[in-house]
Each structure stands twice: as C-alpha cells, then as structure tokens.
Design a protein around this ligand. Structure first.
Ligand SMILES: C[S@@+](CC[C@H](N)C(=O)[O-])C[C@H]1O[C@@H](n2cnc3c(N)ncnc32)[C@H](O)[C@@H]1O
Length: 431
C-alpha cells in the first residue's frame, strides 16, 4: 500500500491494515512498534484497532457474512483488513466516533491498487453497519472462539470456564513482571503489587514497557505469572548445569540464571536468539548461547537439568495473541504433538541419570500437556510430582498427578479470574 502523510489519522490505519492483513494470512500478531508508527498516540490507536478486530474476529466474520451477500471479493488487497478494522471501530470502540471509521477506510482502500475499485462497496457496507450497529453488536458470545476449541475446552475445563475465557479474551492481559531482586521502592514506583514469588503485577497498562522505571537498569523482565512457574520448579543446587531448550526470548533463561544455575540457552531461531541476547545484556546476565535445532544438538557433557519450553499451539496465550485460536486446526496440533515427543526424547538424551526435566507448554490443549506427561514415563523418566508448597501454597493449579495446569478461568490468589495464561508443567527425573 502506498504511504500518505497528507490525511491526519490515515497513517496508523494504513499500518494497522497492513499488519492485520498479514495476520489474516496466518502470521502471528506482533504489535506495531516505533519503527512502524513513530507517533506513540498513533501507534497506540493502530494497535488498539488491530487487537479489537482480532478479539472479535469470530463475531466480525459473522457480520461480514451478513453484510456481503456474495462473500468476500477475491484478490481485493487490503479490502478485508480495512473493513474489519472499521467494523471493529463502529461496533466496539464508540469513544473513537464513527466518522473516522468511514472516511479513513475509504481513503485507505483508494491508496491500494488492488482494492481501490471496491471503495464504493466499502462505503455502502460501513454505512449499513453504522445503521444496524445496535443489532450487529449483539453477537452470540460463543463466537469468541472456534467451535472445535470450545468443545475440547468444555471437556477439559467444564462449560462454566468458557464465559471466563471469553471475558479474558476481551479484557486482554495485565502486565506481569519478574523482578531480578527485591526492590520495595521500585514496586511502589511501578504502581505494582506482589502476586506470586518474584512476580509483580502492574496496574496501569498505558506506558510502553521500556519507559517504566527500572527497565533500562535491568531490574525486571516481562513474564506472565503462569509463564514464570516452570523455571521455579527446577529444584537443583546452585551451580548446577541447566539446558534451556526453546529459550528465546529468554524469560525462563533469566529465571534460571537468577536461581544460580550455569545455563546453556538453546533456540533454533536466530532472530529470536538476538532478542534473547539483548534481554540478557539489559539484565547483566550471562549464559552460554547456542543457536541450533534441538533435534540435532548433542552436548559435550550431559546436563543436571533440562527445561523444555516446547513449541506448541500457544492457545493459552490468547489474551495477547487472539489470532492463535483462529490459526490452529487439529492437523496442526497433531504435528506439534509429534515434534514435542521428539524434543522430549532429545531432552532425555541431554540429561545425566538422576537429572531433572521440566516440560512445559503455553497450551490449553490436553494432547500437548497432560497426554505428553502420561507418555513421557514410557521413555525412561520418573514423574517428580510438583506440590502446592512450591507455589507458595497455591493449590488450585496442582493436579492430583502432581502436574501444574493453569487456565484463564482460574483466579490467581487475590485476583479475579481471567488474569493468567494457560500453561501446563510436568517435572520428571531421568531414571
Ligand atoms: C514457547 S517459545 C519459548 C519461550 C521462552 N522459553 C521464554 O520463556 O522466553 C518456544 C521456542 O522454541 C523454539 N523452537 C521451536 N522448535 C525448536 C527446535 N526444534 N529446536 C530449538 N528451538 C526450537 C522457538 O524458536 C521458540 O523460541
């Protein structure tokens, strides 16, 4: 799409449409940064439009079906993305007013050669949506997630959990930080409250993380309260050698270093390893860094512990990545399950006899979590059950088998439901 600086408010919408179009084609959503949209207010607006369109994706698909009698026009460039963003604004962001949703959407498609012939249609659709907005807004709540996921989640977590999952999707995620050390004054400066162990929750989400007090000095890193659980379950003496598999961008690596281990951080994605390197540098933490496919990695000396944060469907992170639930399908999840098993087998081969394996996934799918933990003992591992005492007495996520299972309908002590990611953790010893 061609750039335009002439019309105020157009640039963030063009950028938002570009980013959303990529996500609609299957890319992961990453918020626009300063290099995409320089003005912080424009950037916040663009990201708000995209996340609103993604959180209401299922409902907007229904609305599009209602408005477009002949379906989505083929080969129409940015048309669908622009339309979804404007519908999101008209239906769910009343504080922005309707005018810009109509006028700037028209300007945006006019600048796209593949979509400009649809400018009139776009205008007609948005005007109709504006007139019917009160009815269109009443979308059935069960459209927040694909029906197949609602079915598996209902079986796993109960029908009562689904409305809480929906509320969590619409609310988004609070900002949780893991502290490098005890900083009582910093907690006050951040406007944060202690949550669990060294995790604190920041009340206001209106400042970019890199502008928070203590960021530049490396006093914390961003990590959901659930994501911070697995590394705490590596119960080895300080100085033990630990391999962190699937380490980038390094939240769990930082925790393992903080716990006093000699850490080797391994990930196969060079760009993600650069982020890990930058994060460790900011924290003044040191690890051995290996950019490699774990399936091809053979260490010179076996490790005392392996943390395997396995690649997974990531459905537990839908509050920050609403797109994941629409991108996944059963075949894709089956492929991930097979890869996880190969990685578990490889992780065992990197462990000393008696060494500890912590396996985790940020997935709500039992095949990637509970079922893998039932399979793993057949590969020469003994289950090393996790206890509530290791989670400061928080018993809710500890299962009868000694696994940890969190999901967004589970309240963190002192907090409402919907404020943590879905995670699964199991711990083993190599026999
Ligand atoms: C859930 S993310 C890791 C998050 C990270 N542990 C943290 O706490 O910040 C999974 C990681 O596994 C990596 N990965 C996927 N397949 C891999 C493989 N075969 N070998 C090594 N790393 C892999 C991905 O690049 C991704 O960075």
């Amino acid at each position: 799409m061609a750039k335009s600086k002439a019309t105020p408010g157009l640039e963030p919408r063009l950028k938002a449409a570009e980013r959303l179009a990529l996500v609609l084609k299957g890319a992961s959503f990453t918020p626009l940064g300063a290099s995409d949209v320089a003005d912080p207010r424009d950037r916040a607006l663009a990201n708000r439009l995209i996340t609103t369109a993604l959180r209401h994706h299922g409902h907007l698909t229904l609305v599009l079906g209602h408005l477009l009698d002949r379906g989505m026009p083929k080969k129409s460039g940015s048309f669908e993305a622009v339309l979804r963003l404007s519908l999101a604004q008209l239906l769910y962001l009343p504080d922005l007013g309707d005018h810009s949703a109509l006028v700037l959407a028209g300007e945006a498609v006019k600048r796209d050669k593949s979509a400009q012939h649809l400018a009139k249609l776009l205008n007609a659709l948005l005007r109709r949506a504006q007139t019917e907005a009160a009815d269109l807004r009443q979308g059935p709540p069960d459209l927040l997630f694909p029906p197949a996921l609602v079915k598996t989640w209902t079986a796993a977590y109960g029908a009562d959990a689904i409305p809480s999952f929906g509320a969590a999707l619409l609310d988004g995620a609070p900002l949780d930080l893991t502290l490098k050390a005890d900083y009582p004054t910093l907690i006050d400066l951040l406007g944060a409250r202690p949550l669990l162990a060294d995790t604190v929750r920041v009340e206001s989400r209106d400042k970019p993380v890199d502008q928070l007090p203590g960021y530049a000095e490396g006093r914390f890193w961003v990590q959901d309260v659930a994501a911070a659980i697995p590394a705490r379950l590596m119960t080895l003496p300080a100085g033990a050698r630990v391999l962190d598999v699937g380490a980038a961008p390094g939240g769990k690596t930082a925790q393992l270093i903080k716990a006093g281990y000699a850490v080797t951080a391994l990930d196969r994605e060079p760009s993600r390893m650069s982020r890990l390197t930058g994060n460790l540098l900011r924290l003044s933490y040191v690890a051995d860094l290996v950019t490699a496919d774990a399936l091809d990695y053979t260490p010179a000396t076996l490790f005392d512990g392996v943390l395997l944060d396995a690649p997974c469907s990531s459905t537990g992170t839908f509050r920050r990545h609403p797109e994941v639930v629409w991108h996944r399908n059963p075949a894709d999840i089956a492929g991930r399950v097979a890869l996880q098993r190969k990685l578990i087998t490889r992780a065992i081969a990197c462990l000393k006899p008696g060494g500890i394996l912590v396996y985790c996934v940020c997935s709500l799918e039992p095949e990637e979590g509970e079922a893998q933990a039932v399979w793993a003992p057949q590969q020469g591992l003994e289950l090393f059950p996790i206890t509530a005492a290791e989670l400061d007495g928080w018993a809710a996520p500890v299962t009868k088998e000694g696994f940890v299972r969190t999901h967004p309908a589970m309240p963190v002590p002192g907090e409402k439901a919907g404020t943590l990611d879905g995670f699964f953790v199991a711990r083993f010893r190599r026999g």
